[in-house]
Design a binder for this molecule. Sequence first.
Ligand code: NAD
Ligand code: DAU
Length: 340
Amino acid sequence: MKKQKVLVTGGAGFIGGNFVQYMVNKYPEYDIYNLDLLTYAGDLTKHREIEEKPNYNFVQADIADKEAIMALFEKEKFDYVVHFAAESHVDRSITNPEIFVLTNVLGTQVLLDAAKEYKISKFVHVSTDEVYGELDFDPTTFFTEETPLQPNSPYSASKASSDLLVRAYHETFHLPINITRCSNNYGPYHFPEKLIPLTISRVVNDEKVPVYGDGKNIRDWLHVLDHCAAIDLVLHEGVNGEVYNVGGHNERTNLEVVKTIISTLGKSEELIEFVQDRLGHDKRYAIDPTKLERLGWIPTYTFETGIAQTIQWYLDNKDWWEQILSGEYQSYFEKQYILK
Ligand code: NAD
Ligand code: DAU
């Protein structure tokens, strides 16, 4: 029987990286291809334990490079595409929106063209709850798959644009697609520019933690491995053309998250520093995951178990985040793959 080939874009990043490891270990009968440009957010050191496995492959390429992407699809004849590659940080999209359009919109369109041309069996587009905009603080309201798209940041606008292109390729060309829209992830290998890993690394080093505005904005946190299991389920069981929201009912204010980390690490709340608010800062995200639950998904982490495990992971893997903060991780690809 032909081995199934799975192309994972953005597999050197946080969620894509966790997903690549999950797939390589769970499906030895699949060939997993990690395609990543290795921007500042791409780190291959996290794959040391799988990089010699026979079902793991790495390709450095830009998803917006049409020639390179078409040539790769021609050569490898992929069965599935799971598309994570993106510029993902809201703050960066406020200072430099252009790269968000190039990567998130144009890059997605290039992949869609390749997927269409080479007749892949499923294209899973990993999107975000941020495309729905923001909710107010009424705890009975949630984002459903029917909530209108109302993105507020250049990042979420670029993701919403890519969602619409994915949908259009299904409607126009019958490309077999799914779109997943997940809430905030946390867990191992989270890049330390995002709230949770930034807070852990700062608190461990007794440095100030910047909390935007009054800290009352709410995010709905999901452990990255629960997200990986959701995407695995959608890849194999998702109904073509459908959107699935992913979230585990773990709403917390930013201040609650920061205080939980500080108290778990036994440090003082004096480390908290309220700073100027993010422009256009979305008030609240909260996901209704009923549709995905009906497909058979059940999250395994509560926020309490997940954040405790994550804090411990950062304590046990200080070497990992220190080489991210120092920039040393960026020379790993050259040392391991090019000079070898
Ligand atoms: P990340 O920033 O950690 O990783 C992104 C990866 O994409 C990096 O490895 C980077 O090198 C790669 N990349 C960037 N531009 C590229 C290009 N032009 N060509 C090829 N590779 C490129 O992001 P993440 O937090 O892991 O998010 C992954 C996906 O999940 C994104 O699409 C994001 O919108 C979505 N998402 C993230 C969250 C979250 O909480 N982090 C929640 C829901 C959805
Ligand atoms: O909801 C899903 C989204 O979650 C993903 O689509 C994005 O890719 C991902 O980056 C994340 O976006 P957020 O903007 O919610 O995540 P971030 O960690 O940047 O911020 C979380 C909250 O914490 C947000 O309300 C802003 C606040 N914050 C963030 C940072 C970095 C602070 O108060 N201080 C900080 O230093």
